[in-house]
Structure formats: structure tokens, C-alpha cells
Write a protein that binds this ligand. Structure first.
Ligand SMILES: [Zn+2]
Length: 159
């Protein structure tokens, strides 16, 4: 049996965590997008970008902010989401009616919409092929194509 390697492992983990410090990279991300890294942007950005690729409505982010005891209003959450979107850090996806999702992965990709829950899931680029696109209306050009594939729980078979 070898000696417990806990202290060494935790030191290595700490070093790794520091080199990929989320707040540090978030500040860089904001500066790159020409957004001043204010306390509120850092706090909301931490919630948004700290957990991988996500799809959030303003209300969902507001609830997370409240749970994290951040003193922000829903209006501030909306404004911040739209500033991040305008700066290219988020992509806004209008799914239905008044509901808009903000995607922390701003690169073009497509989604499943789960009808029961309203949740969005990414579709891998490999798994979808687009046919020829229609000609845009006069004076317009195609800015992007967002495919939303609606899914629902399949009916139970047999049994
Ligand atoms: Zn997505």
C-alpha cells in the first residue's frame, strides 16, 4: 500500500483550479467583448458560464441569482442577458411566444425542445442535415438558421 497522497493531490488540484480560475477567465471574456467587468456582470456571468453549456430564460437566471443571494432585479437580469447577447457571449433563441432562451454556447447549432418541460437540448451538428434554403425576401440576406426539433415523451409500448 502506498502512503495517502491526499495533500499532494489537493495541491495539484488547487494549482489546476487557479490556472483555470473561472472569475479570471470571465473577466477576460467580458473585456474581450468590450463589456466593463462590473460586479453584477461578474456575478451573473459566473452563474451563466460556470456550469458548461446551458439554456436559460431570464426568469431561470433570476431564480438562480436569488438562490445565490445576489441583490439583482429581474430588469437587471434582462439587461445583462441582452448586453451579453449583443456582445456575442450568448445567443438568444426564441422558441415560442414570449419565452426566450439564452444559450451560453453562442456558436450556431440546433436544438431539441422537450414539449412537456420546455427544456432545450443541443443537437450535434453531425446529426442534422439542412436542405437548400429558400431565397430570402428582397433586400434581405440569411443571417442564420435555427432548427428546433420538438420532442415529447414517447407512448409506452407493450406491457
Ligand atoms: Zn444550445
Amino acid at each position: 500500500m502506498s502512503a495517502p497522497a491526499v495533500p499532494l493531490a489537493s495541491t495539484a488540484r488547487r494549482a489546476a483550479a487557479m490556472s483555470a480560475c473561472p472569475v479570471h477567465s470571465l473577466r477576460g471574456k467580458l473585456r474581450q467583448a468590450r463589456l466593463r467587468p462590473t460586479r453584477q456582470r461578474i456575478a451573473l456571468g459566473w452563474l451563466l458560464f460556470g456550469r458548461g453549456n446551458r439554456h436559460l430564460t431570464a426568469e431561470m437566471l433570476f431564480e438562480e441569482a436569488r438562490a445565490a443571494k445576489l441583490p439583482v432585479s429581474l430588469a437587471t437580469v434582462y439587461n445583462t442577458l441582452h448586453q451579453f447577447t449583443a456582445a456575442g457571449l450568448l445567443r438568444e433563441i426564441a422558441v415560442e411566444g414570449a419565452r426566450a432562451y439564452f444559450d451560453t454556447n453562442p456558436t450556431p447549432h440546433h436544438h431539441f425542445l422537450v414539449e412537456e418541460t420546455g427544456a432545450l437540448l443541443d443537437i450535434s451538428d453531425r446529426d442534422i442535415a439542412l436542405g437548400p434554403l429558400p431565397l430570402p425576401p428582397p433586400g434581405c440576406e440569411i443571417a442564420g438558421v435555427d432548427v428546433v426539433v420538438r420532442v415529447r415523451r414517447a407512448a409506452q409500448k407493450g406491457g
